[in-house]
Design a protein around this ligand. Structure first.
Ligand code: ZN
Length: 391
């Protein structure tokens, strides 16, 4: 989730990291608050019972944890099916709109995508049904109001999760199911993606309009309306960026990194001091990014033109580039004869804008997302053999 900052790993499950980014805390707070101040007091009032505020907050805490357990089960189903078919899965990320499984590739077949997508809403529907069963049982067994309200909440929220995710708005699960069906019929992933994205984007618009309507025309509808509006924007944005990725893969297939890399690269020795780096390289070449090498010319890091900014200017003469560089690991580099699709996947996965192209340990070029996108734009203009979706 590049818009929301870096993800942190909370724990691992079946070898998959469960990550969260800072925006998730907002969701946690919102759910806790709406349960403690809304749902539980309301349920107690309906039953003609009053309870202490601390009881509502304790129930809200349990409800919030149970909600995220349900959500992780939903995502885990996607991830485990994906992994069982050989697709690499980077993990599950929790963020402001819930959870997302980070698949590192498109599914290999329409059947895989269908199965992978449908297990999520299915899991939520099953949990919801089980919780509703428990609620009915609890009523007959005269459970306490708190326990009844808790299982009823879990039944409702899992039902909503199943229903919302089944909307045929790509990249929601329902949209993926739709795409897999069109893909299965036409045998063409790109056309299937275009159909699913067009519908997804339209549904995104609909959510935005419904959200706006609720915000200004329904009493008490401002917050839920705003929520729908934001989700609508998010669905549209996600649909379009996904389409772009599928198009890029299609056009880049079989091309090597060498074709796209810039060989116009200035490397910096790690012992160079920042003063000379700025005077002799940054102001002279005006690149934004410089590979850093050791005595043997081997790549050990990268430094951006703004790298020295973090160091007081008086210290520039005695601070070396090696002190401010970002060390590179294997995943930040790529070979010149590697597939461009692989470079794209790597850029996307790491949320980086550039990779250093390395041959025999030495930097020979840079490949950037911008270059790949530029190539895509040209290719679509010059070879309009496919319908391209314009938003
Ligand atoms: Zn899902």
């Amino acid at each position: 989730m590049p818009f929301f900052g870096r993800d942190r790993t909370l724990f691992k499950l079946f070898g998959l990291p469960i990550k969260a980014n800072i925006s998730w805390l907002f969701l946690v707070a919102l759910i806790m608050f709406s349960l403690a101040e809304g749902w539980f007091p309301d349920q107690f009032r309906h039953a003609g019972v009053r309870a202490d505020q601390s009881v509502y907050w304790a129930l809200a805490l349990v409800g919030t944890v149970a909600l995220f357990v349900s959500l992780i089960i939903h995502e885990m189903c996607h991830s485990l099916v994906a992994r069982s078919t050989g697709m690499p899965v980077a993990g599950i990320t929790l963020f402001i709109f819930g959870g997302v499984s980070q698949l590192e590739d498109e599914p290999p077949t329409a059947g895989t995508e269908f199965f992978m997508a449908i297990v999520g809403p299915l899991a939520s529907a099953l949990i919801g049904a089980a919780m509703f069963g428990l609620y009915l049982f609890g009523q007959r067994a005269h459970w306490g109001i708190g326990a009844q309200a808790l299982v009823l909440y879990l039944a409702v929220i899992n039902g909503i999760m199943a229903a919302f995710n089944s909307l045929p708005a790509f990249p929601l699960d329902g949209g993926r199911v739709l795409r897999s069906i069109v893909w299965g019929i036409t045998g063409d992933l790109q056309i299937a993606t275009q159909v699913a994205v067009t519908i997804g984007s339209g549904l995104g618009f609909l959510l935005i309009f419904v959200g706006l309507g609720m915000m200004f025309m329904v009493t008490g509808g401002f917050i839920p309306g705003l929520w729908l509006l934001v989700i609508g924007f998010f669905v549209r944005q996600a649909a379009l960026s996904n389409l772009q990725m599928v198009q890029m893969r299609e056009y880049l297939e079989g091309e090597t990194v060498r074709r796209f890399m810039t060989t116009d690269v200035v490397t910096v020795h790690r012992d160079l001091n920042l003063q000379r780096f700025v005077d002799e390289l940054v102001f002279h070449h005006r690149f934004s990014y410089y590979p850093v090498v050791d005595e043997d010319g081997r790549l050990i890091g990268v430094v951006s033109a703004r790298g020295p900014r973090g160091v007081d200017q008086h210290e520039w003469g005695v601070t070396s580039v090696g002190d401010v560089m970002k060390t590179v690991d294997e995943s930040m580099t790529i070979g010149p004869d590697d597939d461009a699709v692989e470079a794209l996947g790597s850029l996307r996965r790491r949320e980086e804008s550039r990779l250093v192209v390395v041959e025999d340990g030495r930097p020979i070029g840079i490949v950037s997302l911008r270059d790949l996108l530029g190539f895509l734009a040209l290719k679509i203009d010059l070879e309009p053999r496919r319908i391209s979706y314009r938003a």
